[in-house]
Design a protein around this ligand. Sequence first.
Ligand code: GRF
Length: 227
Amino acid sequence: MLISGRGSNLAALLAAARDPVYPAEIVLVVSNRPEAAGLDLAREAGITALAIDHRPFRGDRAAHEAAIQAALAREGVEIVCLAGYMRLLTTFLVDAWHGRMLNIHPSLLPAFPGLDTHARALAAGVKLHGCTVHLVTQAMDEGPILAQAAVPVLPGDTADVLADRVLAQEHAIYPLALRCVAARVPGVPAPAEAALRNPIGPATPPGTSSRSGPFPATAPPPAPRHR
Ligand code: GRF
């Protein structure tokens, strides 16, 4: 996992991966910011956590990415998850991880790529906002969508309030999307439950499970676990 900050999505993936049938294992966390709180989270969970600071590379993005790539190779990583990794990637890493690099973005892409998504959503007056997990391609915040969750924008919302509402959904869909990719579920990147997940309305009658999509019934056998 590549991070730059607090690591709440990292925590969500760590929690999901504790389930023995989850098809992925978190083996390495790399941050370009040594002070990232997510590094401590990873260490507390017994995961190798490395700070690979971009600053000593003085703008040589490819060299910084080569250092990251070497760490990923050392750990035998098979899938890379970006979770609040605040560096633009060069073609070097993007091409190396084609189809095996995921990102989470706090908007319903293709709306609001880039920064300050919650403030921009409020300014635009949208009534629905949300988050997206997608495969990483060269263009920023583009690439095939794996999972989305929508939340309502409510009267009186501030960017922070909206961010919290979206973040709760990020923590739900990132583990789901990684599970689909890691397990090579047929039909990826269109996991039905992930694509349709909507926390707003009662999707199911009271007393029945809200997780009524194709999972876990169609989930494949647990092995192999991807690193
Ligand atoms: C999340 O909102 C994610 O969507 C965005 O950066 C934030 C990272 O938060 N890309 P955290 O570090 O996972 O808590």
